[in-house]
Ligand binder design. Structure first.
Ligand code: NAD
Length: 436
């Protein structure tokens, strides 16, 4: 199949690479010339395990190309995927300007029947909007169909998720149109849900909002555990073994961040309000999540006293492990609060140091390793649970610090082990290990 993917970010680039790997001819388009130049030079604009190897192989085999010319790409394609950004406005409403701009461009270039597939996360009703924009922009009427095919990949395991998705959701106007996508995805041999377009759009938001609610739920339980002297890890295990509940997304910590959950939850609240329903449950999910960073910093203030004469080493900056993505990262909020309290901040992330430098105050001093960041610190705040931090030489770390105190925002370590190693250790929803 001849495929065009518009938007070569996390979703577009990975989708394009995988479709090419399945034997299709794919052109990935982006209006960011620097990004396309970078890709043409064989460099990946994002960090994603396995991506570079897959892109290089498919470019080499002539199945994958990159360009900035949307019109040319549309003309040579049978199926066009829209995978541009859908950020939220201050009101929580989804900003659809990128999707609309691409739809207009597709409409202007459309010379024969095409299937236009919306892969961006968009509020229910957007498929209809895309249809209207394309029809309005066509120089002469040409038949086309719009399909919703929401994406569920996770950054950090995007290739694996795209090759082996839990489900493929196809929201199409007719069975016949749906078959185009069924054929495309058939080699993956994964479960497919074929439905109408609005339902597909709702499935994506409902899924992300549900996962966000699970995270806020366990964080609220963690607050209760802290007040009552219970252990949220044990509570989570006891809950998670119930197959109706499941253990995933039940890790208490600093809450969710990233480019999807915060904006998708806000968007669903906004859509619900527009449709006349006050989604109070989700508003609480957001509120609980918002309080998590302040909760950790308050823990630090209680244990350390005033922070204005303290140096804190922040370990982990990316919004989650295995990505360099800093969008809505919890570290930004933790650092903002620490900075506001006058603390000196040292920081380290295995891959996001570069992106973080651009977003954080000049006063943050970056280390090239966890050890370097921890040198002379009064405390460590562990914010992102990179695997690398699991295997740190904690004795060495302790020896480098002015005071061996760890505030573990992700419950990465076992309290008993930290006691044995001589740390003062505070984590989420578990009893602290106080100084001997
Ligand atoms: P991204 O910001 O990484 O990539 C979007 C790309 O679109 C950028 O490279 C941008 O330059 C390009 N673009 C914007 N306007 C354009 C235009 N007019 N023409 C051509 N290119 C244009 O975003 P992303 O993380 O890949 O997300 C894309 C969509 O997928 C969003 O709706 C997001 O919510 C959804 N999604 C993201 C993830 C994720 O983990 N990142 C997972 C599932 C769904």
């Amino acid at each position: 199949m001849n495929i065009c993917v518009v938007g070569s970010g996390y979703v577009g680039l990975v989708t394009g690479a995988v479709f090419a790997d399945l034997g299709n001819d794919v052109v990935c388009v982006d209006n960011d010339r620097a990004k396309i130049d970078c890709l043409r030079a064989g460099q990946m604009p994002i960090y994603e395990p396995g991506l570079e190897e897959m892109v290089t192989r498919n470019v080499g085999d002539g199945r994958l190309a990159f360009g900035t010319d949307l019109a040319a790409a549309v003309r040579q394609s049978d199926v066009i995927f829209i995978a541009v950004g859908t950020p939220s406005k201050d009101s929580g409403e989804t900003d659809l300007s990128q999707v609309e701009a691409v739809a207009a461009g597709i409409g202007r270039a459309m010379d024969r029947y095409k299937v236009v597939v919306n892969k961006s996360t968009v509020p229910v009703g957007t498929g209809e909007l895309v249809r209207e924009v394309i029809a309005r922009q066509q120089p002469r009427p040409v038949e086309f169909d719009v399909v919703s095919n929401p994406e569920f990949l996770r950054e950090g395991s995007a290739i694996e998720d795209t090759l082996r998705p839990d489900r493929i959701v196809i929201g199409a106007p007719t069975q016949q149109v749906a078959m185009t996508l069924v054929e495309l995805y058939a080699p993956l041999e994964r479960p497919m849900i074929i439905t109408d377009l609005p339902s597909a759009e709702v499935i994506k938001y409902a899924s992300n909002a549900f996962l966000a609610a699970k995270i806020s739920f366990i964080n609220a339980i963690a607050n209760i555990c802290e007040a009552a002297g219970a252990d949220v890890s044990q509570v989570m295990k006891g809950m998670g073994l119930d197959p109706r509940i499941g253990a995933q997304f039940l890790q208490a910590g600093l809450g969710y961040g990233g480019s999807c959950f915060p904006k998708d939850v806000d968007s669903l609240i906004h859509t619900a309000a527009r449709l006349g329903y006050d989604f109070k449950l989700l508003r609480s999910v957001v509120e609980i999540n918002r309080a998590r960073a302040a909760h950790l910093v308050e823990m630090m203030r209680k244990a350390l006293g005033p922070l204005d004469d303290k140096t804190v080493a922040v370990l982990g900056l990316a919004f989650k492990p295995n990505t360099d993505d800093m969008r809505e990262a919890r570290s930004l909020e933790v650092i903002r609060l620490l900075h506001g309290a006058g603390a000196a901040i040292r920081a380290y992330d295995p891959v996001a140091n570069g992106n973080a430098r651009r977003l954080l105050p000049d006063t943050v001093v970056f280390g090239e390793s966890a050890y370097e960041a921890a040198r002379g610190a009064d405390a460590i705040a562990l914010v992102t649970e990179w695997n690398e931090f699991r295997f740190l030489n904690l004795e060495r770390l302790r020896g480098l610090m002015r005071r061996p105190v760890i505030f573990d925002g992700r419950n990465l370590y076992e309290p008993e082990r930290m006691r044995r190693l001589g740390f003062e250790y505070y984590s989420i929803g578990r009893k602290p290990v106080l100084p001997a």
